[in-house]
Write a protein that binds this ligand. Structure first.
Ligand SMILES: CCCCCCCCCCCCCC(=O)CC(=O)SCCNC(=O)CCNC(=O)[C@H](O)C(C)(C)COP(=O)(O)OP(=O)(O)OC[C@H]1O[C@@H](n2cnc3c(N)ncnc32)[C@H](O)[C@@H]1OP(=O)(O)O
Ligand SMILES: NC(=O)C1=CN([C@@H]2O[C@H](COP(=O)(O)OP(=O)(O)OC[C@H]3O[C@@H](n4cnc5c(N)ncnc54)[C@H](O)[C@@H]3O)[C@@H](O)[C@H]2O)C=CC1
Length: 309
């Protein structure tokens, strides 16, 4: 089984650009990941512009950020409720919203995308942003499964392009994978590491290889769980209970798939299947395809493998 035989080494290129102190972050995509990253960046004193395709989506995103901040302060400021209110107000003041990404990046130190998991759509976005962003602006992708180098290839700033892979839910998950391609400069990589650390996250350095570290291990596990169920060897409920109580995972694989989003899971599976069509692990899943075709994307739509209303 090849499972993505190619291997890309990261050899830092020299760059005319110094490492950038990231103060203004433009986050494109105000879904679960973009909103979560915006929340954490704003809470740690960064100026954030959150971009999506409509005001309605952005209003929902900001409401979600406020609700999540309330959960955070309930714990963090348990004995000081006024300080908690001030913390939320300060964080929300750091967030502005926009629907025009090309205009928003004109004052950005970092443009980070968390839009749909589709190579062409991500390339189209960065190709446009490349024309309006200042020379110093670093571009980064939060992709789960696509090669960072392929996304970067749509731009003229290969040395100022890297990956920042966050985990869902962003306010709770402590890890960020920082990915450098073979063309990412050391200055850019350092800037991304510093930014991730400034968000209070623990950062690990990753090569631009399929799935980086976490998803290289997590995706096959989730795929095996679905295959096991499709073979009739376990109900999804039993598999979830087994992995929570027998392996100590906070969520079982089906709960986690619903949490991630089945639309995103399908994008990942289809993308990896295209890269390695003969690998039976990546063959289409009738169960997943049916749920996605029915608009059952998991928790975010109220139904996936399970019902949430
Ligand atoms: C063949 C078909 C298969 C397709 C295969 C394709 C596979 C594709 C899959 C790969 C996808 C990859 C996605 C990716 O790139 C990387 C990822 O992000 S993977 C996901 C990683 N995340 C996890 O593994 C999450 C695991 N779950 C948990 O850690 C917990 O369950 C969770 C923290 C989410 C919730 O905790 P829980 O105890 O279950 O519930 P509570 O509601 O009680 O929360 C506990 C605690 O946490 C606070 N909290 C929770 N969420 C938030 C939030 N969004 N904001 C703020 N605070 C939050 C909550 O308030 C609680 O606080 P207490 O003080 O304890 O009350
Ligand atoms: N869901 C997860 O657990 C994780 C997802 N990721 C990655 O993060 C990215 C986003 O995932 P989610 O937030 O879960 O998706 P989501 O579906 O919740 O949000 C995506 C958002 O992007 C917006 N969007 C799509 N195209 C756009 C464009 N051209 N311009 C502006 N906005 C656009 C959509 O309107 C939507 O609000 C994907 O690349 C995914 O692989 C990474 C880590 C974890």
């Amino acid at each position: 089984m090849a499972f993505f035989g190619h291997h890309m080494c990261r050899a830092f290129s020299s760059s005319a650009f110094r490492s950038v102190a990231i103060k203004h972050v433009v986050i494109i995509g105000g879904g679960q990941m973009g909103a979560g990253i915006a929340q954490v960046a704003a809470s740690t004193g960064h100026q954030v512009t959150l971009v999506d395709t409509s005001d309605a989506i952005l209003t929902k995103a900001v409401k979600g950020i406020e609700a999540s901040l309330k959960r955070v302060v309930k714990k963090k400021f348990a004995d000081k409720p006024e300080a908690g209110v001030a913390f939320i107000e300060k964080a929300l003041r750091n967030v502005s919203i926009a629907t025009d990404a090309a205009a928003a990046v004109q004052s950005a130190d970092l443009a980070l995308e968390a839009i749909v998991e589709n190579l062409k759509v991500k390339q189209d976005l960065f190709s446009v942003l490349d024309k309006t962003a200042p020379a110093h602006t670093i571009f980064a992708s939060n992709t789960s499964s696509l090669p960072i180098g392929d996304i970067a290839s749509a731009t003229s700033r290969l040395d100022r392009f890297g990956g920042l892979h966050f985990f869902n839910p962003v306010p709770m998950m402590k890890l960020v994978e920082v990915i450098g391609t073979s063309a990412t400069s050391q200055e850019t990589f350092d800037s991304l590491m510093n930014f991730s650390n400034a968000l209070g996250k623990t950062s690990v350095s990753c090569k631009d290889t399929p799935g980086f570290i976490v998803n290289r291990l997590l995706v096959p596990y989730m795929l095996e769980a679905v295959r096991l169920h499709e073979r009739g060897h376990g109900s999804k409920e039993d598999i979830d209970v087994a992995m929570k109580l027998g392996a100590g995972y906070p969520m079982g694989p089906f709960e986690l798939l619903d949490y991630v989003g089945l639309d995103t899971a399908k994008f990942i599976l289809d993308g990896w299947s295209a890269m390695e069509p003969t690998n039976p692990l990546f063959s289409p899943s009738p169960l997943l395809n049916k749920l996605v075709a029915d608009g059952k994307f998991g928790k975010k739509t109220g139904e996936g493998f399970y019902k949430y209303k």
